[in-house]
Ligand binder design. Structure first.
Ligand SMILES: CSC[C@H]1O[C@H](OP(=O)(O)O)[C@H](O)[C@@H]1O
Ligand SMILES: Nc1ncnc2[nH]cnc12
Length: 291
């Protein structure tokens, strides 16, 4: 049996979670360096939990400098099975209002200055991200959000931009009107892709903080307003997280969507051509198919 361990990656404004039993901040080192910060571990309702502040406590990493590979590798290393990203996002839809939550199920990846894979020369792999989030874990997030009284929307396309500046008005209108995006943020890519490579279930909970810059009745995006909305909704986020252990239980069954077998047919490099150093490095995230 695989034991469930739920990790929450907390985005802007979320640098801690409360209520964990035997809570301890631990150091984790990976072949890709150190994660954004120490990882808070503990249990909630008897289920193992981990929390990682994406930007580090005190918010030291920009969306481009978050060590995405180290973050996902560190979670895999400590035994995490399920990763829930909680992020601040702008909205392209009138009905997805500030304070609402969206369970994201698709992404358009417009980031360009980040490492997007654990694999590389000497060990080449291609995983599918046609369905980049885990339906089972997303279902649990939706159920938890509803039980917590949150106005939640199931399904939405997240435009991942490089940042750190917010979008121009022309970009905002294009993402909304031509590309059909629902929300926008700067961090869920390549995080979701790396979670898939590491065979982790990944769900993305977007907390709407603003209407980006397209809305005629709302002004430009402003960080102080984003943080004000986030702080006003922090209790909702905590409430959602608190309900997850009871919903997911202690036993991590085989993922019905195959997240935990994403690498099954992904590695292309012939065994005799594999770079031993790469195989060693990748054993942390891909050991299941490399040994
Ligand atoms: C606080 S404004 C922009 C910043 O907030 C979001 O971060 P996260 O996804 O970690 O919550 C957004 O992606 C930007 O990085
Ligand atoms: N409008 C926006 N654009 C990008 N990232 C965001 N995070 C919160 N609001 C955002």
């Amino acid at each position: 049996m695989t034991e469930t361990m739920i990790a929450v990656i907390g985005g802007s404004g979320i640098y801690d979670i409360d209520g964990l039993e035997n809570a301890e901040w631990i150091d984790v080192e990976t072949p890709w360096g150190a994660p954004s910060d120490q990882i808070l571990t503990g249990t909630l309702d008897g289920v193992k939990m981990a929390f990682l502040p994406r930007h580090g406590r005190g918010h030291v990493h920009t969306p481009s400098t978050v060590p995405y590979q180290a973050n996902i590798a560190a979670l895999k290393q400590i035994g995490v099975t399920d990763v829930i990203s909680v992020s601040a996002t702008g909205s392209f839809r009138e009905e997805m209002a500030p304070g609402d939550f969206v369970i994201v199920d698709q992404f358009i990846d417009r980031t360009f200055a980040r490492e997007k894979s654990f694999f590389g020369p000497g060990l080449v792999a291609h995983v599918s991200v046609a369905h980049p989030t885990c339906g089972h874990l997303s279902e649990a997030c939706e159920t938890a959000a509803k039980a917590a009284g949150i106005n939640v929307h199931r399904g939405g396309t997240y435009l991942a931009m490089e940042g750190p500046q917010f979008s121009t008005l022309a970009e905002s209108k294009m993402y909304r009107e031509s590309w059909g995006c629902d929300v926008i943020g700067m961090t869920n890519m390549p995080e979701a892709k790396l979670a898939r490579e590491a065979e982790l279930c990944y769900a993305s909970v977007a907390m709407i903080t603003d209407y980006d810059s397209w809305h005629p009745d709302h002004g430009e995006v402003d960080v102080s307003e984003i943080i004000r909305v986030l702080m006003g909704n922090a209790d909702k986020g905590r409430n959602l997280v608190r309900r997850l252990p009871a919903l997911l239980g202690n036993e991590h069954k085989d993922c019905p969507h195959g997240c935990d077998h994403a690498l099954e047919f992904a590695i292309l490099t012939a065994p005799e051509k594999r770079d031993p150093a790469m195989v060693e490095k990748l054993s942390v995230v891909a050991g299941r198919v490399l040994t």
